[in-house]
Design a protein around this ligand. Structure first.
Ligand SMILES: N[C@@H](CCC(=O)N[C@@H](CS)C(=O)NCC(=O)O)C(=O)O
Length: 211
């Protein structure tokens, strides 16, 4: 197997943390997004959408999308469970994970990509040969998504020790990566969100967080 990675990028990090929690190590192939290596013919032959991460199985099958990669490993190595232990938990992890991804990761991406000069013509991730100019108004909308992200994260953490209940799951991994990602564009956990502050201190110091 091979894992096509980009060390600084937040989505590959979600998958790396998941793998580290499961104790799985894979050969990693670094593809530098800032240098545009993901848009070269060599990488587009591996992933025609130019996205990271991508997993390649020993039989040559390749697929991207963090959740697809995580589901694959959850099935072949269920322990420790990171996507829920029963029907109710599976639904809760899915629901919360998506909200952390949409509000936090995508909100952060809207702000970052629509104001960073390196992405002025690459405002959506990946490639298809198109030019996708930045839309300044999306910085404002992304800002609102990030506010939602912090608001709901604090509410969820009032219901249990972790984002989707009493055990650490993929919902925590995505939320952690989103908190660290939105810091790139100068957003941080509001000081009054004390549950989130305490949760962050705990999850950011797990060994997997530095994966
Ligand atoms: N929904 C995808 C998102 C993948 C994604 O957006 N990856 C970014 C890195 S964080 C990327 O490949 N960017 C390529 C680019 O900016 O051209 C997933 O969950 O894997």
């Amino acid at each position: 197997m091979k894992f096509y990675d980009c060390a600084i990028a937040p989505n590959p990090r979600r998958a790396r943390i998941f793998l580290a929690e499961k104790g799985i190590s894979l050969p990693m192939i670094e593809v530098d997004i800032l240098k545009g290596e993901n848009l070269t013919p060599a990488y587009l032959a591996i992933n025609p959408r130019g996205l990271l991460p991508t997993l390649e199985l020993d039989d040559g099958t390749r697929f991207d999308e963090v959740m697809a990669i995580c589901r694959y490993f959850e099935r072949i190595q269920p322990s420790p469970p990171l996507l829920g232990r029963n029907a109710k938990e599976i639904a809760m992890v899915e629901s919360r994970q998506r909200k952390m991804e949409f509000d936090g990761m995508i909100g952060g991406s809207e702000v970052f990509r629509n104001q960073h000069p390196d992405f002025a013509q690459r405002s959506l991730p990946g490639a298809g040969g198109e030019v996708i100019p930045a839309i300044p108004g999306l910085v404002e909308r992304g800002t609102q998504s990030i506010a939602r992200f912090f608001k709901w994260l604090e509410i969820y953490l009032g219901e249990g020790e972790f984002v989707a209940g009493d055990i650490f799951t993929m919902a925590d991994i995505t939320a952690l990566c989103a908190v660290d990602f939105v810091a790139w564009v100068k957003f941080s956990i509001p000081p009054e969100n004390t549950r989130t502050q305490a949760w962050y201190a705990k999850v950011a110091t797990r060994p997997s967080a530095s994966a």
